[in-house]
Design a protein around this ligand. Structure first.
Ligand code: SF4
Ligand code: SF4
Length: 79
């Protein structure tokens, strides 16, 4: 099973730089989420081998095919 980004406030497009939710108008943090969660576009489009923590390591599932723009179910975010 692939590790995925959390659907929490810290990865939500509605989070402002002041750590306030645009929808609920309250301070939030990574411990919260809601039904209005929307993944930030920059996170949504950046899932590829070059942003995978396994890239160029022994844990890469497809070392012969890994390349920019490629993705597999073993993708995991860099810590
Ligand atoms: S919309 Fe929901 S998930 Fe997004 S920041 Fe607000 S409370 Fe968090
Ligand atoms: S092939 Fe899969 S495991 Fe390897 S770097 Fe790409 S996404 Fe990560």
């Amino acid at each position: 099973m692939a590790i995925r980004l959390s659907s929490n406030c810290s990865n939500c497009a509605e989070l402002t730089p002041a750590a306030e939710c645009n929808v609920h108008k309250v301070k939030v943090n990574a411990n919260y989420t809601c039904d209005s969660f929307a993944l930030k576009n920059d996170l949504a489009v950046d899932r590829q081998c070059t942003s995978c923590t396994r890239h160029n390591t022994d844990s890469c599932a497809h070392p012969d095919k890994a390349a920019p723009g490629m993705l597999c179910s073993s993708w995991a975010p860099v810590a």
